[in-house]
Design a protein around this ligand. Structure first.
Ligand code: ADP
Ligand code: ZN
Length: 432
């Protein structure tokens, strides 16, 4: 096995030791530099000296996206502006974007986290990496860029969009790795097919996909479309950007770089930390960042953690694929529904394409759930009967999974909007 850094294979004791030292430094740093944390800790009756190690993590206050918004843009920074060398912002998927900053050391660490992740996915300095995440305020493009350079691979900074050019570079530059959102690679593959180019004809061997939730079923479709390994990478700007968590060749969850970001799972209602193996909201404490180290940042992403050594040798905590964000969780007549559950049903149906939208409405005070999904061109017919049969089949599958009646509507190939970045799959018409 090849690792980028020795910290990936620390034994558990060694890791706790390092985490504890780093946590103590960070708590002092934010207490002394960020009035928000000093006030919060004072109100809770705790001082930095009360935090003796990682076992005291749950004494610390939480931080939310709203706290970042309330202190927009730089109010939670723990480093003076003269030390800040980069500013990014979140995509704003769920509201006003939040602003994040990095010192030189933060950028160094970030580059290593990407190099770590890509190494675990089988990328080496011999590779040509097409970075098709958006460059700009979004962390995806530049984050991946610095990491691939750190790794020593040849970096192709094409950014997101410009799909024909992406395809041209795949063919002419011979890119061996592509990094983008899962929805964008589907779009690229579909465009290739429309142009009469076989998506399996490129030199790609690995795709690094993240920035949005995607299911195992989606992975299978992408892998068979391109004949590549499709690997999952996780991150969020408030914590770092891409490179917070990554999948290794064992594919048994995503490793979290927990020597830098200590994860916890909490019950979002009671805010109590949950024992290992239980699903809940993922929370991170950043113990090495300088510009913006947040304590117990509530990601709103839902997953489960597993400790213990992975078959790849790494001792970095693993998390399951993200089920979705709590913001995206739909409550339909009292039933919790994640879009990813719907996706996994839709993608098992041979006649439908992986392009769908979920429409939520309230009619006569009753929540309704409707799914529009495209039919694959080869199955698209004018014969109403055969389309109805597919719709009925999907409705029955969704009912058996969710216990809810979902209205399924098959739509024409290519009628649902494609995404060059994060796909928008939910239209919620309630309260509007
Ligand atoms: P925003 O919160 O505005 O979308 P970011 O661009 O920082 O801002 O996006 C981070 C979020 O994207 C994460 O909190 C998570 O919900 C989602 N995300 C990122 N990577 C993955 C992944 N591999 N799987 C599922 N969700 C992901
Ligand atoms: Zn592993």
């Amino acid at each position: 096995m090849t690792y980028w850094q020795k910290e990936e294979v620390y034994d558990i004791e060694q890791k706790r030791q390092v985490q504890s030292e780093r946590l103590i430094t960070t708590v002092n740093r934010v207490y002394n530099n960020v009035p928000f944390y000093k006030e919060k800790m004072k109100a809770m009756g705790i001082e930095p000296g009360d935090i003796k190690g990682i076992g005291d993590l749950d004494k610390l206050p939480f931080t939310t996206k709203q706290d970042l918004r309330d202190h927009y843009p730089y109010g939670l920074f723990a480093a003076p502006m003269e030390e800040v060398v980069r500013i990014h912002a979140s995509s704003g998927t769920t509201g006003q974007p939040t602003v994040v900053g990095y010192t030189k050391n933060d950028i160094e660490m970030w580059s290593d986290m990407i190099a770590r992740s890509f190494t675990a996915m089988g990328v080496t300095k011999k590779d040509i990496v097409q970075v098709a995440y958006g460059y700009g305020l979004f962390t995806g493009g530049l984050g991946a860029h610095y990491g691939t350079e750190r790794l020593g691979a040849a970096t192709v900074p094409i950014s997101g969009g410009n799909t024909k050019k992406q395809i041209q570079l795949l063919q002419e530059f011979g890119s061996t790795v592509i990094a983008c959102t899962p929805s964008y690679i589907l779009y690229i593959g579909e465009t290739m097919k429309n142009m009469g180019i076989d998506p399996r004809s490129t030199k790609l061997h690995t795709g690094i996909f993240g920035a949005e939730p995607w299911t195992e079923e989606m992975r299978e479709q992408i892998e068979s479309m391109f004949g590549i390994n499709a690997m999952d990478i996780y991150g969020l700007s408030e914590v770092l950007g891409p490179g917070v968590g990554f999948e290794c060749s064992a594919r048994s969850g995503m490793h979290i770089n927990d020597d830098h970001f200590v994860p916890e799972i909490i019950n979002p209602d009671t805010l109590q930390a949950l024992p290992e193996g239980q699903s809940g909201e993922l929370v991170f404490t950043m113990i090495t960042k300088e510009a913006l180290p947040l304590l117990r940042y509530r990601t709103r992403d839902i997953t489960t953690l597993h400790t213990g050594q992975c078959s790849c040798g790494r001792t970095l905590t693993r998390m399951d694929k993200i089920a979705g964000r709590s913001d995206d969780m739909l409550i339909i007549r009292g039933v919790n529904v994640f879009p990813s559950q719907i996706e996994s049903v839709l993608l098992k149906v041979a006649e439908t394409a992986p392009h769908y939208v979920i429409i939520v409405d309230r009619i006569n005070n009753l929540d309704t759930l409707e799914v529009w999904v495209e039919v694959r061109p080869e199955f698209f017919t004018d014969a109403i009967k055969s389309l109805e049969k597919i719709e009925k089949h999907i409705t029955a599958e969704l009912f058996s999974l969710l216990g809810l009646h979902v209205k399924v509507k098959l739509v024409e190939p290519r009628s649902i909007e494609r995404s060059e970045g994060k796909a928008k799959r939910i239209i919620d018409k309630r309260n509007k």
